[in-house]
Design a protein around this ligand. Structure first.
Ligand code: ZN
Length: 377
């Protein structure tokens, strides 16, 4: 049977150099458009059922985050629902080798469980069926896609404005899995924590900040090759309409609390990066951020505070990064959540590693952390 490797579908990314033998499939990851970033891969392999396959991603060593391959295991799926880790994934400092004997005719292989634009469309469509939610389009992306905003909660005097954004970096699909868990709980009419919050807060949620990059199979950039999380100081409709349009709406609503959701290639932990380096940072903000993190630990044992990025020195924050820019502009608590591509090393799951189910759970459980910190916001 002929062996085929294909990636011409939503989020697909691979270049097949050679696939005449199952034991020697040679691959490259394609760079993001007009950019040098690459690391996300997603492809379909067929014609190899029962054969020992050896897939070599030859250009892994020059990817955006080579440390991301240390201790990393690729994921595969036969049914596009369950994504399992491949234990025999090896990195030798140059190439990433995935060894696998497929149990079925067709197998999908990816960097992390994909979150397609079809699933995104279903997430938005499902949300609007809930009477607490409104759906609007902030504008169009460079490829002409809708940038979707979900607003949850009735406007009212004294209500706080909370903003949640995810997937500025499109390869960080765990960020949109997180959003799905978060939105499902927030829209659950039987959940008393969600109801308590909706009495006090209007939530503004952009579950996918970068639908163009998501569709194109990019790791980090939009259709113009621009890293959206470096555009928050001076976004433009020409280069970064996703940020320009979101910030425009943020200016209309104001912000009391913001969380921007990401994935980290290298660190096998869930953690928060705060905004300690912004010029207007205060002791009050530090207390709030510390409390939020402690409440998140209490709400979900996959979250932790020991490992993370080093804190920015006072006044040294990069104000083109979303988390810092929002805190600076709106004088509010604004944080970045990072989830692993690999696993949570404190509570490893050999079969799935860090997964859609765990990302969704972490998204749902942020509601408890918000209640815990609410008096400080
Ligand atoms: Zn990111």
């Amino acid at each position: 049977m002929t062996i085929t490797v294909s990636s011409d579908f939503c989020g697909g990314n691979i270049i097949c150099k050679k696939a005449d033998k199952a034991s020697n499939i040679r691959l490259n990851i394609r760079k993001d458009e007009a950019s040098d970033f690459y690391q996300w891969f997603y492809f379909r392999l067929t014609g190899t059922k029962g054969q020992a396959c050896r897939m070599v991603i030859e250009n892994a060593g020059d990817a955006a985050y080579p440390k991301g391959w240390d201790g990393y295991q690729a994921v595969i799926s036969y049914d596009l629902h369950d994504w399992q880790r491949v234990a025999s994934t090896k990195y030798d400092g140059k190439a990433l080798t995935i060894e696998l004997t497929p149990e079925h005719d067709s197998v999908y292989v990816a960097y992390f469980a994909p979150y397609t634009l079809q699933r995104h469309a279903e997430l938005i469509a499902g949300a609007q069926m809930n009477s607490a939610a409104r759906v609007s389009v902030l504008g169009q992306t460079l490829d002409g896609r809708d940038l979707d905003l979900i607003t949850i909660g009735e406007p009212g005097e004294g209500k706080k404005q909370f903003w949640f954004t995810a997937r500025q970096h499109p390869g960080e699909t765990m960020a949109e899995w997180w959003m799905e868990g978060f939105l499902n709980r927030l829209l659950d009419p039987a959940d008393p924590v969600a109801k308590w919050l909706l009495e006090r807060v209007v939530f503004h949620v952009v579950p996918n900040m970068n639908p163009d990059g998501s569709t194109r199979g990019h790791l980090r950039t939009n259709a113009a090759g621009v890293n959206l999380n470096r555009e928050w100081a001076e976004p433009s409709m020409k280069k970064s309409p996703e940020v320009f349009l979101t910030l425009q709406r943020m200016d209309e609503t104001g912000i009391d609390f913001a969380l921007d959701v990401h994935g980290d290639e290298a660190l096998p932990y869930n953690f928060i990066a705060g905004c300690e380096g912004v010029p207007n940072f205060t002791d009050g903000l530090r207390t709030l951020i510390t409390r939020f993190k402690d409440e998140y630990v209490a709400a979900n044992a996959d979250f932790q505070t020991k490992y993370g990025y080093p804190e920015n020195k006072p006044g040294n924050a990069n104000l083109s990064i979303c988390g810092n820019a929002i805190s600076h502009r709106f004088d509010c608590a604004s944080m970045t959540l990072e989830m692993p591509f690999k696993d949570n090393a404190d509570r490893p799951d050999a079969a799935h590693g860090w997964s859609p189910a765990r990302s969704k759970r972490l998204g749902a459980d942020v509601l408890d952390a918000l209640v815990g910190v609410f008096e400080l916001i």
